[in-house]
Design a protein around this ligand. Structure first.
Ligand SMILES: Nc1ncnc2c1ncn2[C@@H]1O[C@H](COP(=O)(O)OP(=O)(O)OP(=O)(O)O)[C@@H](O)[C@H]1O
Length: 239
């Protein structure tokens, strides 16, 4: 479980997260939506101790994040907004294997994880390809595969779909669905609710640093326009 209790984060004069208390259970699939600058990224960066609270508390699996950052970072996998900057190795396979290797897993298990993760992002069999040859969207998919290969208890994806084409997006969503069914909690931060509302069981909406909606997708839908969150299924495509 991930839990925040009256969490506050300030950047100088800006209160980016303003007293947020929220619990995310194992196996829950949650979307965090909200307008630009509403505090979504700041909130989720607390889930594995990338930021320190100015007030309040954050716990992962019952333990304060600040007490054991390594445990928190192992338990909570993150894919950031600019995942293409996250690649660390020369080839696709080496990049996805990097995290599992650092967990000290044996080669067979590492290879299994790399294969499963690459097929989840529609890049099966591309292990040997240099990362420098990849398109932006492919890099993004490799970064997602790297997080999947860690098989964390909780997976947080911050705007993961920006550069993904429709088949890649569908494949990643399928994998996230399966992970949640297996007990991984999945937290998706996005402006783009396309397909996501059908996947998640719960919608959190941030506005001015506060958690203003915490509801099931159907009930949350009515509040989305008030907080400048577009509902693509209702609002239709935009040119
Ligand atoms: N490193 C930083 N230094 C100063 N202010 C920051 C920093 N990061 C974010 N902020 C400010 O904190 C507030 C919340 O930002 P945050 O990035 O958490 O929002 P967000 O909802 O994720 O936005 P977006 O959808 O645009 O990514 C904004 O006012 C933003 O300008």
């Amino acid at each position: 479980m991930i839990r925040t209790d009256d969490l506050v984060h300030r950047y100088d004069d800006v209160v980016a997260v303003d007293g947020v208390s929220v619990s995310i259970d194992d196996g829950e699939c949650v979307v965090v939506a909200g307008a630009n600058g509403s505090g979504k990224t700041t909130l989720v960066r607390h889930f594995n101790g990338l930021l320190e609270p100015d007030a309040g508390a954050v716990e992962v699996n019952g333990r304060a994040v600040g007490d054991d950052l390594v445990a928190a970072r192992t338990a909570v996998g993150m894919v950031f907004q600019e995942p293409r900057d996250q690649l660390v190795a020369a080839t696709v396979g080496a990049d996805v294997a990097f995290g599992p290797e650092n967990l000290g897993l044996d080669r067979t298990e590492i290879d299994r994880r790399v294969e499963t993760a690459l097929s989840a992002v529609n890049l099966a069999g591309r292990e040997k390809q240099p990362v420098t040859d990849l398109s932006g969207g492919e890099r993004e998919r490799v970064a997602i595969a790297g997080a999947l290969a860690m098989e964390p208890d909780h997976l947080v994806l911050d705007e993961p779909f920006t550069g993904l084409d429709a088949p890649a997006r569908e494949s990643v969503l399928d994998r996230l669905r399966a992970l949640a069914a297996e007990g991984t909690s999945v937290v998706i931060v996005t402006h783009d609710l396309r397909d996501v509302l059908a996947l998640v069981g719960r919608v959190l909406v941030m506005a001015d640093g506060e958690l203003v909606v915490d509801d099931d997708p159907e009930s949350a839908r009515a509040s989305l326009p008030r907080y400048d969150v577009r509902d693509p299924d209702r609002d239709g495509p935009r040119c």
